[in-house]
Write a protein that binds this ligand. Structure first.
Ligand code: MV4
Length: 445
């Protein structure tokens, strides 16, 4: 087992990883920017190394400084958390070259899923359902028009280097093709340095349902059921839950089997997520695979009674998994609490937390790095806490979430707590009647 793990991240996920390391008897090294000197991950790690000034590119994205910190502290592994370097194949390769275990995917696995058109091809070969569309990249506007005519409008063009919605355009009729093509190509080139585009049939008002998987170094894989992440705004998830209110045992079995086939074909090692779009007829299609621990992993942990970060560390250390699949034994919901002004177009609201009360009680979990007197820096993500509740049924979980939200007091900055309170009271949400389009029409009272 590893003796010392360096955590190449900040905020709640850095703290989350430190907690599991402590329980496993593994020493920890925090790295931090000067903006995070008074952060809890720095306080609670065994050692801490300052790696630079506030901008991410000079600190949490600076590979040389992070590797130097690992070398001087004698860390034998690096946990990248989510975001930052967690899906950077170059960093994964650099760790390998330096004899430091990267607790995440290999460079080959990251690259095979990073190019979306290529990933889709691989999934087709594995027998995972994919959305009808172009065979690989489009080579011209005329090519796009020809394929769209064949599969039928509406269609969507996507950047092969994309993800998270950038470089994507929906096209309802042929006259829109040229404009959409030109703007998507330009946006993708500027954002990713790769302007390759591919085309799919546009699925209207789908659900976003993802399957948690794990694979060990010996080729064994298992799935840990789904998370429903349909409640999103501008590709930012707000609420996640498991089980999905749209799920059936048959669909779970089919999606679980497909997700395992996806993991197997790339010989996936570690914990990962296979994202699917699910249409109203319960047809499901591969969308993307994430080769990292995800923000919303705690809902899965709560319903299968499992520590996914511990699982990541065990797998990286070469411990075999049992290989059995898991089904939810409870219902769990997560609300992401962001320091944002929901009445002002979700404008970030950094600053000092003057007073704080975090909720507690049975079935209530708060994953957060904030404390009374903490100053939220303006340089990073605005998420300040994840409130996770679990109960026997979805109805009870919603009641518990309302109770927990009512106890959550954050003064000094604006937060998304009022949004979550209104969401929990929304009739369509309560009935499980929602798709990824839900937030387009949701209005604050
Ligand atoms: C789609 C789609 C409909 N049809 N693809 C958005 C993020 C990117 N990873 C893929 N996305 C979508 N791809 C086809 N063929 C609709 C979306 C989409 C979406 C997907 C999941 C969650 C929220 C979303 C919001 C808008 C669009």
């Amino acid at each position: 087992m590893f003796k010392k793990i360096l955590i190449a991240n900040r905020g709640e996920i850095a703290l989350r990883i430190i907690r599991t390391c402590k329980e496993m008897g593994i020493k920890t090294v925090a790295v931090y920017s000067t903006a995070d000197a008074s952060s809890l991950h720095v306080r609670f790690a065994d050692e801490a190394v300052c790696i630079g000034p506030p901008p991410s590119k000079d600190s949490y994205l600076n590979m040389a400084r992070i590797l130097a910190a690992a070398e001087v502290t004698n860390a034998d592994a690096i946990h990248p958390g989510y975001g930052f370097l967690s899906e950077n194949s170059k960093f994964s390769a650099l760790c390998r070259d330096h004899g430091i275990k990267f607790i995440g995917a290999t460079p080959e696995q990251i690259d095979s899923m990073g190019d979306k058109s290529n990933a889709k091809d691989t999934m087709k070969k594995a027998g995972v359902p994919t959305i009808p569309g172009s065979d690989g990249l489009l080579d011209s506007i005329a090519d796009g028009k020809k394929i769209a005519k064949k599969i039928g409008y509406p269609v969507i063009i996507k950047a092969t280097a994309g993800g998270g919605g950038r470089g994507m355009r929906i096209i309802w009729e042929e006259s829109e093709m040229e404009g959409a093509w030109n703007s998507a190509k330009q946006e993708a080139g500027a954002a990713f340095g790769n302007d390759g585009l591919y085309m799919e049939k546009y699925i209207e008002e789908p659900r976003h349902i993802e399957i948690q998987i794990a694979g060990d170094q010996y080729g064994k894989v298992c799935h840990m059921s789904e998370r429903d992440c349909s409640i999103q705004r501008r590709h930012q998830k707000l609420v996640e839950e498991t089980p999905s209110p749209f799920m059936t045992p048959e669909l779970r079995d089919k999606m679980g089997t497909a997700a395992k086939a996806a993991a197997e074909i790339i010989k996936y090692e570690g914990v990962g997520t296979v994202e699917f779009l699910v249409d109203k007829h319960r047809n499901f299609y591969f969308m993307e695979m994430n080769t990292r621990i995800q923000v919303e992993h705690p809902v899965t942990e709560e319903v299968i009674n499992f520590d996914l970060v511990k699982e990541q560390i065990l797998i990286a250390a070469g411990v075999p998994i049992s290989g059995k699949d898991y089904t939810p034994q409870k219902h769990a919901i997560e609300c992401r609490v962001n320091a944002e002004d929901v009445y002002n177009n979700f404008r970030p609201s950094p600053g000092k937390i003057t007073n704080l009360h975090k909720p507690g009680g049975h079935g209530t979990r708060v994953d957060s790095h904030i404390y009374a007197g903490y100053t939220i820096p303006p340089y990073y993500d605005s998420m300040i806490a994840k409130l996770i509740v679990s109960a026997q049924t979805r109805e009870e979980a919603i009641v518990k979430m309302e109770r927990a939200l009512s106890e959550f007091i954050v003064e000094g900055v604006k937060t998304t707590i009022p949004l979550h309170q209104q969401l929990m009271r929304n009739e369509d949400f309560r009935n499980g009647n929602f798709t990824t389009a839900f937030m387009n029409t949701f209005e604050m009272e």
